[in-house]
Design a binder for this molecule. Sequence first.
Ligand SMILES: Nc1nc2c(c(=O)[nH]1)N=C([C@H](O)[C@H](O)COP(=O)(O)OP(=O)(O)OP(=O)(O)O)CN2
Ligand code: ZN
Length: 145
Amino acid sequence: MPPIAYLSRSVTFSAAHRLHSQQLTPEENVQVYGKCNHPNGHGHNYKVELCVKGEIDPITGMVMNLTELKECIAACITEPLDHKNLDRDVAYFSERPSTIENIAVFIWDSVDQHLGSGWLHRIRLHETDQNYVEYFGPTSLGITR
Ligand SMILES: Nc1nc2c(c(=O)[nH]1)N=C([C@H](O)[C@H](O)COP(=O)(O)OP(=O)(O)OP(=O)(O)O)CN2
Ligand SMILES: [Zn+2]
């Protein structure tokens, strides 16, 4: 059996958003999200790391052609998210808060559909230099607490 490797490519995108939940009152929104609930919104330069897993093809020497991954990133990340107001321009976030957790799930679902199920290993999404989230897909281990 060919060796298995993890192949990654990263991309950056810029977007505006405001943290807000339709399930909360205006007062609760301010309490939960603080300055990030300000009606004017704010922006981030996000960085996404996409990691796919697969066997190294013995003939091509590749898990996947990085050109294919690049095209997938353009279609699933750059095109829908770059220079957008996430809450207003992306329908997915009209119904849920545009946290990095939810953005990571959005990216996973889109990439998973584009590449076909089973390729993705991890999405890592940085919102600032200090904050990032990792998502391993809907079938990763559940929370036991
Ligand atoms: N669980 C989450 N919590 C928060 C999210 C999120 O997506 N998931 N997002 C935010 C804000 O959008 C924003 O990222 C926070 O900005 P800020 O506080 O400025 O970020 P830093 O912590 O990096 O900056 P400091 O200078 O250290 O304050 C909030 N919470
Ligand atoms: Zn933010």
